[in-house]
Design a binder for this molecule. Structure first.
Ligand SMILES: Nc1ncnc2c1ncn2[C@@H]1O[C@H](COP(=O)(O)OP(=O)(O)O)[C@@H](O)[C@H]1O
Ligand SMILES: [Mg+2]
Length: 258
């Protein structure tokens, strides 16, 4: 199954992708997690130790790889291969922790942004390959929005999760994303509410998510903050968090597989 997670900055996308990745892995899924947010911080949410993280290099930063794969040599001008070979990249350039493979994409230019360079041809071809050819469950941690992917890529996800918190702005961002996602024909779009701290918060969420598919409400959890401050995954620290992660993973699986 292919799942993408998006939403306004700071709502908890990486926290949610991290918990889902760990729970799915423990439920015997092969998991490939993709950090596609330039503000990359998925590794600590998964619990990747710093020594291993040091080995992880964002694909878009590997100029040599992009040149090698696209055949763009200095002096070749604008001519290079737009669909380079990428099938070996996920296994070669990911790090693995607790059964979760993690790949970092680095910065992805908007498809309509006009940037045509070897690095971005490589990253876009790689994303398309991962979403359409890999057989494991793929989780993508994205920045706010889905424009970066362009047509022909993001439509392949089985489920788009939009994360919101009890606040108007995160819902505004979410609705803009939802509109574009519907235009692109994404099959299933659902919301996850995060940092719900009170009955008032929950009422706010229910009011604003009315008519939408609300998959889960995650409570505000001090343990998540404490884990983040320590640079570790809450999944390794809190039994409550793990239980929530497993229930969430089962619900996601039910939606996508059944
Ligand atoms: N359920 C939660 N309860 C309390 N704090 C949370 C919760 N989820 C996320 N956070 C905190 O919110 C901040 C942003 O989370 P993060 O997952 O990095 O968001 P994003 O990836 O959307 O930018 C972090 O400091 C994180 O610890
Ligand atoms: Mg993040």
């Amino acid at each position: 199954m292919k799942i993408a997670v998006t939403g306004k900055g700071g709502v908890g996308k990486s926290t949610i992708v991290g918990m889902l990745a760990r729970a799915l892995s423990e439920q015997s899924w092969k998991v490939l997690a993709i950090d596609a947010d330039p503000d990359a911080n998925l590794a600590s949410a998964i619990g990747v130790p710093p020594e291993l993280l040091a080995e992880l290099r964002p694909i878009s930063a590997m100029k040599d790889l992009a040149l090698e794969r696209t055949g763009a040599t200095p002096g070749s001008g604008a001519f290079f291969i737009l669909n380079p070979r990428v099938d070996d990249i996920p296994d070669r350039f990911s790090v693995e922790h607790a059964g979760v493979k993690l790949l970092a994409m680095g910065t992805i230019e908007h498809a309509g942004g006009g940037c045509v360079c070897p690095e971005h041809a490589l990253v876009r071809t790689l994303l398309r390959h991962i979403l359409t050819r890999r057989d494991e469950s793929v989780l993508i941690d994205m920045e706010a929005g889905i424009e970066h992917f362009g047509r022909g890529t993001i439509e392949s996800v089985d489920l788009l999760i939009i994360v919101v918190e009890p606040g108007t702005r995160s819902f505004q961002t979410g609705q803009q994303i939802e509109r574009l996602a519907r235009e692109l024909g994404i099959k299933q779009i659902c919301y996850v509410a995060n940092k719900v701290a009170s009955a008032e918060d929950q009422a706010f969420i229910l009011e604003h998510a009315a008519g939408r598919d609300l998959l889960l409400s995650m409570p505000f959890d001090r343990e998540v903050q404490i884990a983040d401050q320590a640079g570790v995954s809450c999944y390794d620290q809190s039994k409550d968090f793990r239980e929530r992660a497993h229930a969430f993973a089962q619900e996601v699986t039910r939606r996508v597989v059944h």
